[in-house]
Ligand binder design. Structure first.
Ligand code: C2O
Ligand code: CU
Ligand code: CU
Length: 488
């Protein structure tokens, strides 16, 4: 249980550096009436046949009213803010027409998906969708049931475009998820929660304008949006409810818990189900990470009526992410399974190749400006940092380095495209239960070192690894790897 002390230690460090930034709750944020939680609609296909399922996604601009009476300029997928949930089945071939109706370039990345390099929607020139243009990606889903997401990834404006509203959930289902007796009625007892911190201005709107300390320490805010709403109310329909949590914040690390300390079960991490449910009282997600949890609200009712889901940010802010109303609750017929799935990790061998990735934040005086690097390099679109043989397991060591002159204590969130990896060790110890499933993003507090087992199957080509604190990513805290035929 190293997470908790780390969390609060970071709070102190944060205040030393940025005590001057205005992060008290936004005016009006708490007086927003308790409106019903918005559930992103399921994206409906345009057509479906043997060749696959075809969808249209329009990247568009609009306006959203987060605080009553104030309209914020926002962007969204098929709407004003955020995007529809896309449900895919393992084995299904999906294709998309992604129209960019914005007046700027964007890309659309499938975070957590194993897929061909051209379809990945990263920051490379082949992925860019110019203003007014359409991109036509297609791929076959070749991974287990999971909660993934999609978001823009254009070099230099990823942080801003996500902040203004571009993000949506992908749900993959497979035979295992169909067979488990879990809550699976979308929007009824299976609820996606996209949680994002925002910094509202006095006029009740927000816009993206980070100062230098925000880039280094994170673009923290003063209000929390859950599915694009401040403090929404979820009326529980069935006592056993499944929440799919995504930390869609730019750089705020979030710690979730129920106000009355209700225990819940984590059933999935980024890449799908854990082997068995892990009982927890709190859950920390860095930007980009997901977790699925089950809460038996009836069973825990004796503990009190205050079931609100709280999220802390290590800046010190504390928000109600979701107000939970149990007034209409019925007893659920689902139960918490004893076991979930078997995992089949790649076979480890003695002579596996090891690579090391050192994330560092070097201060350039006064702790407000500095450089963010991986292995002392910033992203270069024309350089391949690592060549990796296909279908070959490797051990990667990821380190958040704080030793040495001028190193700063800042968390990082390390993400790899085109794979779901397994954590072998955290600071020399075996991973805790919630980190023992498939992951594509990990949180590294200052000084942390992870060993992970990574393999890239089938597809050759270029992909990214990077820090998922979006301000860091846009500053070039990213590298390119190329998956090559093995034996080269
Ligand atoms: Cu969610 Cu390369 O990102
Ligand atoms: Cu990704
Ligand atoms: Cu970072």
């Amino acid at each position: 249980m190293k997470i908790l002390p780390g969390f609060f230690a970071m709070t102190i460090v944060f205040f030393i550096f940025i005590g001057c930034v205005e992060t008290s709750p936004a005016k009006g944020a708490d007086t927003a009436p308790g409106r019903a939680l918005f559930i992103p609609p399921l994206l409906q296909p345009d057509s479906k046949n043997e060749a696959g399922t075809h969808y249209t996604i329009n990247v568009q601009s609009g306006e959203s009213e987060f605080i009553p009476g104030s309209m914020t300029k926002t962007i969204g997928y098929n709407g004003n803010f955020l995007g529809p949930t896309i449900r895919m089945a393992a084995g299904e071939t999906v294709s998309f027409a992604v129209h960019n109706s914005l007046a700027e370039k964007t890309t659309l990345h499938w975070h957590g998906m194993r897929l061909p390099s051209e379809m990945d929607g990263g920051p490379l020139p082949m992925h860019v969708i110019d203003a007014g243009k359409t991109w036509l990606p297609h791929f076959t889903v070749k991974q287990q049931a999971a909660t993934l997401w999609y978001h823009p990834h254009f070099a230099g404006t990823t942080a801003e475009q996500v902040y203004r509203g571009l993000a949506g959930i992908v749900i993959i289902e497979d035979e295992a998820s169909a067979a488990l007796s879990l809550p699976k009625k979308y929007g009824i007892n299976d609820i996606p929660l996209i949680v994002q911190e925002r910094r509202f201005l006095k006029d009740g709107t927000f816009s993206y304008s980070p100062a230098q300390p925000d880039i280094m320490h994170g673009y923290y805010g003063n209000a929390l949006l859950t599915n694009g709403m401040i403090k929404p109310v979820f009326t529980v329909k069935e006592s056993l409810t499944r929440f799919r949590l995504l930390n869609g914040s730019n750089s705020s690390v979030l710690r979730f818990y129920f106000e009355d300390q209700t225990e819940f079960y984590q059933i999935a991490s980024d890449g799908g189900f854990l082997r068995k449910p892990v009982k927890r009282q709190e859950l920390v997600l860095s930007p980009g990470e997901r977790a699925e949890i089950l809460v038996d609200i009836l069973k825990e009712e004796v503990r009190g009526n205050n079931k609100n889901l709280i999220a802390d940010v290590y800046s010190g802010n504390k928000y109600t992410a979701l107000v939970i109303d149990t007034g209409e609750m019925k007893i659920s017929r689902s139960s918490i399974p004893k076991t979930l799935v078997s995992l089949f990790p790649p076979k480890q061998s003695k002579n596996m190749n090891t690579r090391r990735f050192v994330l560092s934040t070097m201060s350039m005086g006064m702790g407000v400006s500095g450089t963010l690097t991986i292995n002392n390099k910033k992203m270069d679109m024309n350089r391949v940092d690592e060549y990796i043989p296909v279908n070959t397991p490797e051990v990667w060591e990821i380190v958040n380095d704080t030793r040495g002159m001028g190193m700063m204590n800042i968390p990082h969130s390390f993400h790899i495209h085109d794979t779901q990896f397994l954590v072998l060790a955290v600071n020399g110890e075996p991973p805790p239960g919630q980190l023992a499933g498939y992951k594509d993003t990990i949180l590294l507090w200052p000084g942390d070192a992870f060993r992970i087992l990574v393999q890239f199957d089938e597809y050759l080509g270029k992909y990214m690894y990077h820090c998922h604190l979006l301000e860091h990513e846009d500053q070039g805290m990213m590298g390119i790897f190329e998956v090559i035929a093995s034996g080269k």
